[in-house]
Unconditional design. Structure first.
Length: 285
């Protein structure tokens, strides 16, 4: 890891463990609350609030070990950032939507809001580990505390929460974090112009030097990123579906999520940040 992007210590990186999905402690909320349409990612259609055809009475997936083979690739790349177990065990106190049918609609709506809040927690925790963002660490810490507080509101209060406004406030801090990190990375490159690098859908980026690139919101679906240097790239919202990351270096990319990695193609030579894991399906690439 370069000196410029060295993580600030000490910081409870273990906090991110609470933002990992624990399906054993969830009432299958993503399998019911969210809709999907027949596509390359899903074999069938499903409306919001309708249980997936593969969801069992114990809230486990009946085809979990063969989702990709059965046409449910979208399920394998989804990440709730731990919102499922928070809503199931904390917000609703362990009372599932089957036991209390009247609460089902509210539970599903709360889950959608909680998922957004937990995603913000993931980004804020990462932002606080980045040394270039130290000038705004106080603001980031306050945003983290407030976001976490919101996740413990009661059901009605979460439903009334203006999540979009809160997300906009946090996004402003994340954008500033991105600017600070990328500016530091660009300064470390001799002769770097500091211009923002942008790339379009399906771009051929084999061996591309993307260090310091701002790929926030970029659609990289189908992009060839073999051996690309993605260090210090801001990857919030980048669509990695089918992106070929074989040999790519993402060790110092910022705001990268497990869901993005799960949706891409990679191999043992792909370098990931320590907080992310190698998807099991990469072994077949």
């Amino acid at each position: 890891m370069s000196e410029n992007l060295e993580y600030a210590e000490p910081f409870p990186e273990s906090n991110r463990l609470t933002l990992q999905a624990d399906c054993e402690s969830c009432f299958g909320l993503c399998c019911v609350a969210l809709p999907y349409a027949a596509s390359a990612d899903f074999a069938t259609d499903k409306d919001a609030g309708q249980p997936c055809q593969n969801l069992q009475s114990d809230f486990r997936c009946g085809v979990h070990n063969s989702l990709r083979q059965r046409g449910f690739r979208g399920c394998t790349v989804y990440d709730c950032f731990g919102a499922g177990q928070k809503v199931s065990r904390v917000t609703f106190g362990g009372h599932d939507w089957q036991q209390v049918p009247a609460s089902a609609k509210q539970m599903f709506e709360v889950f959608k809001v909680m998922r957004h809040l937990h995603e913000l927690l993931w980004y804020l925790i990462e932002a606080l580990t980045l040394r270039p963002a130290r000038p705004i660490h106080d603001a980031l810490s306050l945003a983290l505390e407030e976001t976490e507080r919101l996740t413990y509101l009661d059901q009605g209060s979460i439903m009334e929460l203006d999540a979009a406004a809160h997300r906009a406030d946090v996004n402003a801090l994340l954008l500033r974090t991105s600017e600070l990190v990328r500016a530091e990375a660009l300064r470390s490159q001799k002769g770097a112009s500091g211009r923002r690098k942008t790339f379009g859908r399906g771009a051929d980026l084999i061996g591309a030097k993307l260090r310091g690139a701002d790929l926030k919101g970029a659609n990289l679906r189908g992009a060839c990123l073999i051996a690309a240097d993605l260090r210090a790239a801001d990857l919030i919202g980048a669509d990695f579906r089918d992106a070929d990351l074989r040999g790519a270096d993402l060790t110092e990319s910022i705001f990268l999520t497990q869901a993005q990695i799960n949706s891409a193609k990679g191999d043992a030579d792909t370098k990931l940040p320590p907080s992310l894991t190698y998807p099991s399906h990469w072994s077949a690439v």
